[in-house]
Design a protein around this ligand. Structure first.
Ligand SMILES: Nc1ncnc2c1ncn2[C@@H]1O[C@H](COP(=O)(O)OP(=O)(O)OP(=O)(O)O)[C@@H](O)[C@H]1O
Ligand SMILES: Nc1nc2c(ncn2[C@@H]2O[C@H](COP(=O)(O)O)[C@@H](O)[C@H]2O)c(=O)[nH]1
Length: 182
């Protein structure tokens, strides 16, 4: 499971992992956020209305979910269970509250935190992406501060100073054997 502040490059690193290793399975989240230009329903997210999100929660259809910067995001549980039952790992790209829920529900999950090389670089990546208005960027950066403070809760911290190197590190974590038991 990959987490980290908005704009650190989670989506970019996961896309690089998939470019090199198309066999890596990545969960497609549901969200009540509106699509950005270029985002494809069913590929980047399942874009849903609030009522449908409520219904998914009521059905216990989400492994975890959270409200983040005014929208809701969640991981559909059935595809993840199916993937894990096949014996292969599932990669989830989610924010901090969801990561904590996954840790409580599946303590064996590996929690990876993607960190920026510096605060200034994070600010400039989020602004440079150009997908959020300045007030939304500020809202996300306020949350980013708390997310960076929580990096110590994760099993591994990967610094995204270089996309190719960070993708390599993520792939080796995905393919690493589980630690030996007691
Ligand atoms: N290692 C890097 N060096 C320089 N720029 C990068 C790097 N990784 C990502 N970026 C750029 O930073 C911006 C944010 O990346 P991305 O959208 O992948 O972040 P994210 O963590 O998925 O954000 P969010 O949580 O908001 O969806 C993009 O413009 C991307 O091209
Ligand atoms: N708890 C969850 N967080 C998720 C999920 N899918 C994505 N995310 C995280 O939300 C923020 C904002 O995403 P954006 O696409 O609007 O920039 C980011 O940190 C994502 O990683 C999810 O299923 N659950």
């Amino acid at each position: 499971m990959l987490s980290g502040p908005s704009g650190v490059g989670k989506g970019t690193v996961v896309a690089e992992v998939r470019r090199r290793h198309p066999e890596v399975w990545v969960s497609v989240s549901v969200t009540t956020r509106k699509p950005r230009p270029g985002e494809v329903d069913g590929e980047h997210y399942l874009f849903v209305e609030n009522d449908y999100f409520d219904w998914l929660i009521a059905q216990d259809g989400l492994l975890e979910w959270a409200e983040y910067a005014g929208n809701r995001y969640g991981t559909p549980v059935a595809p993840v269970e199916e993937q894990l039952a096949s014996g292969s790992p599932a990669l989830l790209e989610i924010e901090l509250q969801g990561a904590r829920q996954v840790r409580d529900r599946a303590p064996e999950a590996q929690l990876v935190f993607l960190a920026p090389p510096s605060w200034g670089e994070l600010v400039s990546r989020l602004a440079g992406r150009g997908t959020e208005a300045p007030e939304v960027q500020s809202r996300r950066l306020a949350l980013a501060q708390a997310e960076l403070d929580a990096a110590g809760e994760f099993d591994v911290v990967v610094v995204n100073d270089d996309v190719a190197r960070a993708a390599d590190e993520l792939v080796s974590l995905l393919t690493a054997p589980p630690p030996a038991g007691p």
